[in-house]
Design a protein around this ligand. Structure first.
Ligand code: PRX
Length: 692
């Protein structure tokens, strides 16, 4: 028997009887951690009573089982899905210890299943064919649509049949570059149905970034749309795709087929260029195909999708997720972290271009037979009350978003919220970056009327699903803490040498074992997979995040410890932005750091040295920012360009980012030792240039 870690044993109990509901700390502005740590926000007794997990004791029992007998725990859950053939011989096998050989993780291997079948057909067979699967709310209020489970299956089958017709088969990659239309989950599910591997690219990425991903995974087909409206803007997506396809063709990767969904928008027809033979209009071909499509049964370990994400070095890497474990894990985490009930209406504001949209717009909720809202527009268009208007319109019960949106709406004032009823809301969720306690409180008190628990879910593209998350109803929350591990997850906090720390501590957050939803490799680069995630602390999965554990065992994520920054919940490597900057002919050298930003969480701060003879002008500054927008995407545009006649480097030429971070955040009295710099005088020069 493994025994429970001390931090799980010591979690606070819920009050018995009609206990206190919630005690709000007087410290609202200071955000002093000590105060936060003592601030317990309890779920109401009614909420706990009706919850899937009602008490720390119940959680502890389930958690203990999941750690002591993972095979038993997960196979019981997996048995609730349809398997054409049961896995064998083992529920899982893993080696995550690089000292013992290559990292290899398998869950439900030998099991034959299909995630699309489990999300759609299985729910329809259970009598939910007429239940709404997807609501769609367009950019303009009043634009909307919906599909029942049966209708969704029909549409998925038509597209699946079309894809098969054009030669896509099991194992082939399909790149999807679509905005948040129902066609986006439809395209993902259609790929899954026929065993094709989807690679969704967020439709805010530039042509360059899209091309990079196409070149890496060599898709048979690119699925896109002509345009998207976001707020008052119309974006010509097809033009971006055209450029990306030209760029990939130049690199020897010619894509023969581009399926274009015509999104009703105000864009004029003649603005969409058409390459005959390559470009096909979705609406012309897909509806002609049959609404029944046989399922391609796949092994639990067959790939389901690739999703590119940023690391601290080099190009974005293709995170590879497989079928069976991901299915079981996303469904189970969704169910417990949101305390899912069949009557819920669920809205996650994330785009399917990111992992949150994969696991918690498409797969997790649909596997549970949930009703999911897909929103195309911008959350503050036409005004900052839009989200709550939508909540009331669809009677949303579970609302899952990112701290950056919470902070942005908080700034607009409470009236935009309180003018709507929001009575339907039951559970709120947060993801993408640590949520600061004042934003947590506003979300809790104003949006949730002090009655909806907040699930602050900590996880990553690589983890497939939640690893540390509240289970609402089971234990009291602390504003800003992701609280405790999900079933089967053993988080450990280690020091630089990899020693596990106990009790109150802070250090690097690692996970001790595998869980069903963990990614299996980086596409085409298993070595980088091992080096990045399993070598830094041998024997563990290393998350790249820092974490503190308090006296009650609560986990407080403190942000990335590598050169990755989190901008509005979007993850980006500083190295990627630097290489976009130095691509500019006037840029000699660039160093990018993250700085605190009141809305975005982190802002992008770029130190730039220009080539000799070029003047430091506003025009150059603008063209540098434009370079990043076109190389990566608008969300990666630097917030600040700081002219740097020289960068602080060690004698061996390494840029000292520690110093740059201090200069960027104006903590000039904390520069530390600069005597090891090759030229200490550049520091003063930089400070002098701060507002040039
Ligand atoms: O730093 C952590 C932060 O987001 C990173 C993962 O980014 P990505 O792979 O793009 O996935 C985002 C959606 C899961 C993590 O390494 N992060 C995510 N959720 C939280 C968080 N930091 C603190 N609290 C969270 N709830």
């Amino acid at each position: 028997s493994v025994g429970l870690p001390r931090h799980v044993e010591s979690m606070p109990r819920l009050p018995s009887g009609n206990g206190r509901i919630s005690r709000l700390s007087a410290v609202v502005l200071g955000e002093a951690l000590a105060a936060e740590e003592n601030d317990l926000i309890f779920p109401s007794p009614e909420f706990s009573r009706d919850a899937l997990v009602s008490s720390p004791e119940q959680y502890r029992k389930m958690y203990k089982r999941s750690i002591e007998d993972p095979a038993g725990f997960w196979s019981e859950i997996a048995a609730q899905f349809y398997w054409k053939k049961r896995w064998s011989p083992d529920v899982y096998s893993e080696n995550i210890d690089v000292r013992k050989g290559p990292v290899k993780i398998e869950w439900f291997k030998g099991g034959i299943t299909n995630i699309c079948y489990n999300a759609l057909d299985r729910n329809i067979e259970a009598g939910n064919g007429d239940k709404v699967a997807l609501y769609w709310e367009g950019n303009e209020p009043g634009q909307d649509g919906q599909l029942t489970y049966a209708q969704l299956l029909d549409q998925v089958c038509q597209l699946a049949n079309y894809l098969k017709h054009v030669g896509v088969s099991k194992g082939d990659a399909v790149v999807i570059y679509l905005p948040m239309l129902m066609e986006l989950p439809i395209a993902m599910l259609a790929c899954a149905r026929i065993g094709a591997v989807h690679s969704v690219v967020f439709a805010g990425f530039s042509a360059e970034s899209l091309a990079q991903r196409i070149i890496d995974c060599k898709p048979k087909v690119v699925v896109c749309s002509n345009a998207v409206s976001r707020g008052a803007k119309v974006i010509n997506l097809k033009a971006i795709v055209d450029n990306a396809l030209a760029e990939s063709a130049n690199n020897g990767i010619a894509v023969d087929l581009c399926l274009v969904y015509e999104n009703q928008s105000t864009m004029k027809k003649e603005d969409t260029k058409w390459q005959d033979g390559r470009d096909i209009l979705w609406q012309e071909v897909v509806p002609q195909f049959p609404t029944k499509c046989p399922v391609e049964w796949v092994d639990a370990e067959d790939p389901l999708f690739l999703l590119y994400t940023s690391g601290s070095t080099g190009k974005p890497k293709g995170v590879l997720h497989t079928t069976g474990g991901y299915m079981v894990y996303t469904a189970t985490t969704f169910k417990y972290a949101f305390d899912y009930k069949p009557s819920d209406v669920y809205w996650c504001t994330a785009d399917c271009g990111w992992i949150t949209g994969h696991s918690y717009v498409t797969y997790g909720p649909l596997l549970n037979g949930a009703t999911v809202l897909v929103f195309e527009g911008a959350p503050s268009y036409p005004d900052p009350g839009r989200c709550w208007d939508i909540v009331d319109k669809y009677k949303v019960t579970l609302f899952y978003t990112a701290p950056t949106l919470v902070r942005a709406l908080m700034r607009e004032g409470d009236e935009y919220v309180t003018r709507y009823s929001r009575k339907s809301l039951r559970v709120l969720g947060s993801v993408g970056e640590p949520i600061n306690p004042s934003a947590w409180r506003w979300f809790y008190n104003v949006v949730g009327d002090s009655r909806c628990p907040i699930s602050d879910t900590w996880w990553q593209t690589e983890t497939g699903g939640f690893l540390i998350t509240p289970i609402p109803g089971a234990w009291p929350q602390k504003p800003g803490s992701a609280t405790f591990p999900f079933f089967g997850v053993q988080p450990v906090i280690v020091d630089e040498k990899g020693n596990e720390l106990e009790g109150e501590c802070s250090g690097y957050l690692c996970i001790k074992n595998s869980w069903p939803g963990i990614f299996r490799s980086l596409y085409g680069d298993h070595e980088r997979y091992e080096t990045t995630y399993f070598k830094p602390f041998a024997g563990y999965y290393f998350s790249g995040d820092g974490c503190r554990r308090d006296k009650d065992g609560y986990h407080w994520l403190t942000g990335r410890v590598d050169d990755v920054i989190n901008v509005s919940g979007h993850r980006i490597g500083t190295a990627e932005i630097e290489s976009a900057l130095v691509y500019h002919p006037h840029c000699a050298e660039a160093a990018v750091v993250g700085v605190d930003h009141p809305v975005k969480g982190q802002g992008i701060y770029a130190f730039v040295t220009l080539v000799d003879g070029v003047d430091y002008t506003d025009e150059v500054r603008k063209s540098l920012i434009l370079a990043v927008r076109t190389q990566i995407g608008a969300f990666a545009a630097p917030d600040k360009i700081h002219w740097a006649p020289g960068l602080p480097k060690t004698r061996s030429g390494k840029i000292m980012r520690r110093i740059l971070r201090k200069i960027a955040s104006k903590q000039l009295d904390e520069l530390g030792d600069i005597s090891t710099l090759a030229e200490p005088s550049v520091v003063n020069q930089l400070i002098e240039f701060t507002d040039r």
